[in-house]
Design a protein around this ligand. Structure first.
Ligand SMILES: [Zn+2]
Length: 305
């Protein structure tokens, strides 16, 4: 098995059977060994910005913050100690709050690349989960409000005649390194990408479509190229806000590029030598280091060594 990508591989036993054990969960909330991660509007608490790590609080924070069941998510256990996330997004004046003011809240977009992979994975999970909860405060079937169940991992409609349960979701997106079977691959500049950043193609999977079909369709839509030999590489949770990236290699069977100018500014074929010499400036820079795109590009370059 490959080393997990950044944002995967949280070092914690999810102990999912415990989620529905209300008595056990209630006991853990008063257990001195319990650890709590505070989340405020997509931001988690970290130690510092030099060598950041998750800053865990102990169970006394739950009392100090008057934690309500709807704000809590049981994450799992580390060495028998229960770990929770507590969503304090409702606090408006965080800077003057007696508990929160002294803590450093950071968004994963900023701090993600600086964290150890295990902590990045945990914050990615919590960011994705709290985003899902924020967007499902009302039942999608009848419109009544929802309440948390299963220690924060389910939302249940409060209308007894409906009682629909909603489960956390993540949106599959394919991301693909398209190569010519020799020494060139396609990189593109998206209209929303940072200046100079070239990366591999990506897009969301549509209902009724296999992953292989999504790869072929997206490549053809974005650059007009046909592909074959679609092979899985690895995957990466990407909670910005709620995706999982599914990485593939694909071999081009046509080579002329016809760029979709709605999604892309430019696209081109690049050799390994060109990418190895990337100046990392506004003419050409590779994607951010915490992304599966960067890893796939670097591994493909290394295959030519
Ligand atoms: Zn409902």
């Amino acid at each position: 098995m490959r080393t997990p990508n950044h944002y995967a591989g949280a070092a914690l036993d999810r102990a999912s059977a415990r989620r529905v054990n209300d008595a056990w969960i209630a006991e853990r909330l008063g257990d001195p060994a319990t650890r709590v991660l505070l989340v405020w509007q997509s931001q988690g608490v970290v130690t510092d910005l030099e060598a950041p790590a998750i800053h865990w609080l102990d169970a006394s924070a739950l009392q100090a913050l008057d934690a309500q069941p709807d704000q809590l998510v049981f994450l799992g256990e580390v060495g028998g100690a229960a770990h929770f996330a507590l969503d304090v997004s409702h606090v408006e004046a965080r800077e003057s709050h007696p508990v929160l003011a002294s803590l450093r809240f950071e968004d994963l977009r900023t701090v993600g690349p600086l964290l150890a992979r295990e902590d990045a994975a945990l914050l990615a999970w919590v960011r994705g989960l709290t985003h899902w909860r924020e967007r499902h405060r009302h039942c999608g079937v009848c419109g009544a409000s929802t309440r948390a169940a299963a220690a924060g991992h389910e939302l249940v409609c409060t209308n007894d005649r409906c009682a629909t349960t909603t489960y956390p979701r993540t949106d599959p997106a394919v991301i693909m390194l398209v190569h010519d079977g020799a020494d060139r691959c396609i990189l593109a500049r998206g209209t929303r990408h940072p200046s100079g950043m070239h990366t591999i193609l990506a897009g969301f999977v549509e209902p009724g479509e296999s992953l292989e079909e999504a790869v072929a369709r997206e490549v053809h839509e974005e650059v007009g190229v046909r592909v074959t030999d679609v092979e899985y590489h690895s995957s990466q949770p990407w909670p910005f806000p709620g995706s999982i990236m599914l990485g593939f290699h694909a071999r081009a069977t046509t080579h002329d590029l016809h760029v979709d100018d709605v999604e892309l500014k430019t696209a081109g074929w690049f050799s390994r030598a060109e990418l190895r010499r990337s100046p990392e400036d506004d003419t050409l820079r590779l994607p951010r280091r915490d992304s599966i795109a960067r890893r796939m590009i670097e591994e493909w370059i290394a295959e030519g060594d």
